[in-house]
Design a protein around this ligand. Structure first.
Ligand SMILES: C[S@@+](CC[C@H](N)C(=O)[O-])C[C@H]1O[C@@H](n2cnc3c(N)ncnc32)[C@H](O)[C@@H]1O
Length: 263
């Protein structure tokens, strides 16, 4: 289960996320979501859990001129995203209480945010509230950590670095909702729900870049901080990941569920 701490991206975490994780881990799925969004030809789009805006940029490219409101729980993420993508309006918002009228949008998009929502059926109801009749919800959700080349290596590297008390965030939260039946059940208020397993390949300049992104740019950082200075964990985790994935550029498969729901 995700805790309040697991939902916090503060201070310089958005920059570390953008540098280490955006291109390698999130961009391949952002492209996929934007392609699906474009096929729906919406006029008004709301993005929730937009983070640093990797999906926002893909949506703005795929849907030129669309009315796009990008939102996120964390003000630091919104500030970072707004700085880099001006084709969207940006607003700080919790998905549990969206600052949007009933029936106001044609499409709600969420890239890898649902796993953090504290009450998933309630979040789904709030998303349905803002969707016009016939409107769609498009979301990506990670499969298990074992199906993610970088997440799996990171998890093993963290376990090697902290053998007595390894942080569990990556396995338990972003990869802890990998259950299509549960996803469908939580979205049962929608008229139609499809859950499709998709695999994409991510590429990063080095394993150390990915290690730094996870350790300093995700809520894993808070669990590392309970064990010492998070920066001090980066080198041993990066070294262990490099041993597993090799020196130089690294690439690997990542599996996720692409969810499409219609009101
Ligand atoms: C893994 S990031 C994904 C960001 C972006 N969509 C992407 O694909 O890179 C998860 C995001 O969910 C946001 N988040 C977590 N809980 C949220 C909530 N209750 N409402 C809105 N956003 C939330 C976090 O602030 C974070 O930016």
């Amino acid at each position: 289960m995700s805790t309040e701490r697991d939902r916090l991206w503060v201070d310089d975490m958005p920059a570390a996320y953008a540098e280490g994780l955006e291109t390698a881990v999130f961009a391949p799925f952002a492209t996929l979501v934007a392609e699906r969004a474009a096929a729906l030809a919406p006029r008004r789009v709301l993005e929730v859990a937009a983070g640093t805006g990797v999906v926002t940029r893909a949506l703005a490219d795929a849907l030129p001129g669309v009315d796009l409101l990008a939102t996120d729980l964390n003000a630091a993420m919104v500030a970072h995203g707004a700085e880099r993508e001006s084709r969207a309006r940006w607003e700080q918002a919790d998905v549990m209480a969206l600052p949007v009228d009933d029936d106001a949008v044609d499409l709600v998009v969420c890239g890898f945010g649902v796993m953090f929502f504290p009450d998933k059926p309630a979040a789904a109801a709030e998303i349905r509230r803002v969707l016009a009749p016939g409107g769609r919800f498009l979301a990506t959700i990670w499969d298990t950590v074992e199906t993610h080349a970088f997440g799996a290596a990171l998890t093993r590297a963290v376990e090697k670095t902290f053998p007595d008390d390894p942080p569990t965030f990556i396995r338990a939260v972003p990869h802890g909702y990998a259950d299509p039946d549960r996803i469908r059940a939580d979205l049962s208020g929608f008229a139609e729900v499809s859950v499709e397993r998709v695999v994409r390949v991510g590429t990063a300049p080095s394993a150390a870049d990915v290690a730094r992104g996870f350790c300093l740019g995700s809520p894993l950082r808070a669990q590392l901080a309970e064990r010492g200075e998070p920066q001090a964990a980066v080198d041993p985790v990066a070294a262990a990941m490099t041993t597993m994935l090799g020196d130089g550029p690294v690439s690997g498969e990542m599996a996720a569920f692409l969810v499409e729901a219609r009101t």
